[in-house]
Design a protein around this ligand. Sequence first.
Ligand code: SAM
Length: 282
Amino acid sequence: MNYRHAYHAGNVGDVLKHVVLVTLLDRLLAKPAPLFFMDTHAGRGSYDLRSSEATRGAEWTEGVGRLLTADKMPPEVDRYLNLLRTFNAGGPASDMRFYPGSPLFALGLLRREDRKVFVEKHPEEAAFLRDATKGRRNLSVLEDDGYAALKGQLPPRENRGLVLIDPPFEATTEFDDLARALTTAQQRWPNGMFCAWYPLKADRESSRFHRAIVDAAIRKTLVLELSVRPHDSPTGLIGSGLLLINPPWQLDERMRIVLPALHQRLSPTGSGATRVEWLTGE
Ligand SMILES: C[S@@+](CC[C@H](N)C(=O)[O-])C[C@H]1O[C@@H](n2cnc3c(N)ncnc32)[C@H](O)[C@@H]1O
């Protein structure tokens, strides 16, 4: 477990993931009934962009850094940027120092009556997260394996809500583990909403992952991808994707506007592409 999200916080992958997370939660919160929200690979919750880790690769400067002065963005992106401002004591976005992780984005939106479960396996990250979320109601922070904890939590008594699965992809088996976890989770909670993040690389492992989801007969799956490098780029990450199960109504239509707007800002040379596509239907 060498992965530390502090090196990557606020990068292009985080922007895609967090803009979509905020959009999904907003949609769920439009109804008054309490929700269940689970983050299986939660990280530490808050990242200092001036830390040595964040400044080393300065990945955030090519991600959220490119959005801070953006105007005329779709409302979903403005909403995300406004949450960032709140998290930085309301100062101007261009002065941003702290980048919230997925648990703190969620806590910025969820209500006291909504039940939250955050899981993080790394002891130091889990301790930091516990500290960063101290005093919040209806919240459990578990130091555990995210996939094992997920099995134990489903189906939730609220029967509406969202599970975010955001693994580090350090292990070569991660795509297989993710496909297996989604298959089991969806069987246990067929009407639950799930959002899983994955990396896009030239090896096209993600296509194999998509085939596994189709073969498992999981229905209503939407693929959202945002890449900022050419698809045959031999090194590192090209971009990232999200696989959504049971996304809200017309999310695909909104994302056909949001993703190109993000791409335009995040890929100044125009490299890469966006994809919004149903993998499986009803
Ligand atoms: C990509 S980061 C999470 C980022 C976070 N979701 C966010 O958006 O701010 C993945 C996290 O998973 C943790 N992790 C690694 N293996 C895990 C496991 N088996 N179960 C739960 N967490 C794990 C890592 O320590 C790391 O903090």
